[in-house]
Design a protein. Structure first.
Length: 307
């Protein structure tokens, strides 16, 4: 059985290696953008200035994208710079990075940080935002939701989606951001909600993280054999929808020259040791859809209630 799983994973890697160059030849990383606005650490007292500065940064990126002839990127950025949008940071280069607040961060007693998985960039940002908005509406006024697109996510059919390489680069940034939140909102209860490859990022960032919960959903694994290896005081949760294709991914780690592919133990297995929450029958991209069991369960976790 182990041999068959390894062969399946290797076949997936070969397929991704062939397909990724074809689908990614003209990817979003090629759209030019200016350097981001220079801002210091997040501070509650300066939020309005920060939001305004990033709005101007998005406007500059929109102008550059339009001049480049990329109407799709320019249209996405035009939507992002609306006066009602609140960005803690923005960088339009190399696929794009954006950290957006939904709700009132100044008054929030609970904060949910969403960490996205593969194929999340400025072109696909709308679906990431839809999930964040749905969670924000589920939780109410005392909770702020933060969509943390703080790293270059791998493509679903790219070789990088099968290794921890992108996660290794993203994890220090996520850990630093959570430390900023701890300093800016010391009384708030912080939960990380980590989707798909984002759960690999959260796994790498977990050690010593000052958070109440780390929620893994639609996860292929974390790169660790069990939750204890995350070395975190946070409660580690895991859930998977009944129609999520990620459940069919082989949960193994295969050493290859120069790298390891696969992410090890299934997070919803008893062996991993996470607390399991009910995700209903959702598919891989539907965990934060309004009315879903998964959304209700994760909302309860963020509020500090039993899921």
């Amino acid at each position: 059985m182990a041999s068959r799983l390894r062969r399946a994973l290797l076949a997936a890697l070969v397929t991704a290696s062939v397909v990724a160059p074809l689908v990614g030849a003209a990817g979003p990383s090629e759209v030019p953008a200016p350097a981001p606005v220079a801002l210091g650490p997040v501070r509650v007292a300066g939020l309005e200035h920060r939001y305004a500065a990033n709005r101007e940064g998005i406007r500059a990126a929109e102008v550059m994208a339009a001049r480049h002839g990329d109407r799709k990127r320019a249209r996405a950025l035009w939507k992002m710079r609306e006066a009602s949008r609140h960005f803690l940071s923005f960088d339009g280069r190399n696929g794009g990075r954006a950290v957006e607040v939904y709700g009132d961060l100044k008054r929030a007693t609970h904060i949910a940080v969403l960490v996205p998985g593969s194929d999340t960039n400025l072109e696909t940002y709308g679906r990431f935002r839809d999930g964040a908005l749905a969670l924000s509406r589920q939780l109410g006024r005392s909770t702020a939701v933060i969509g943390w697109l703080g790293y270059k996510t791998p493509g679903t059919v790219a070789p990088e989606a099968l290794t921890t390489g992108r996660a290794a680069g993203a994890a220090p940034r996520l850990a630093a951001f959570v430390r900023e939140l701890n300093a800016a909102t010391p009384r708030a209860r912080i939960s990380l909600l980590c989707h798909s490859y984002g759960s690999v990022v959260c796994g790498r960032a977990a050690r010593g993280l000052n958070a109440a919960d780390i929620v893994l959903y639609g996860s292929p694994g974390t790169g660790y054999e069990d939750a204890r290896q995350l070395h975190t005081r946070a409660t580690v949760w895991a859930g998977r929808g009944g129609n999520d294709w990620i459940g069919g991914v082989p949960h193994v780690r295969v050493p290859l020259p120069g790298t390891t592919i696969g992410f090890g133990t299934d997070p919803v297995s008893r062996r991993f040791g996470a607390r399991i929450f009910d995700a209903g029958d959702v598919g891989h991209s539907d965990y934060l859809k309004p009315g879903s069991v998964a959304l209700a369960s994760m909302g309860r976790i963020v509020e500090g209630r039993d899921a």
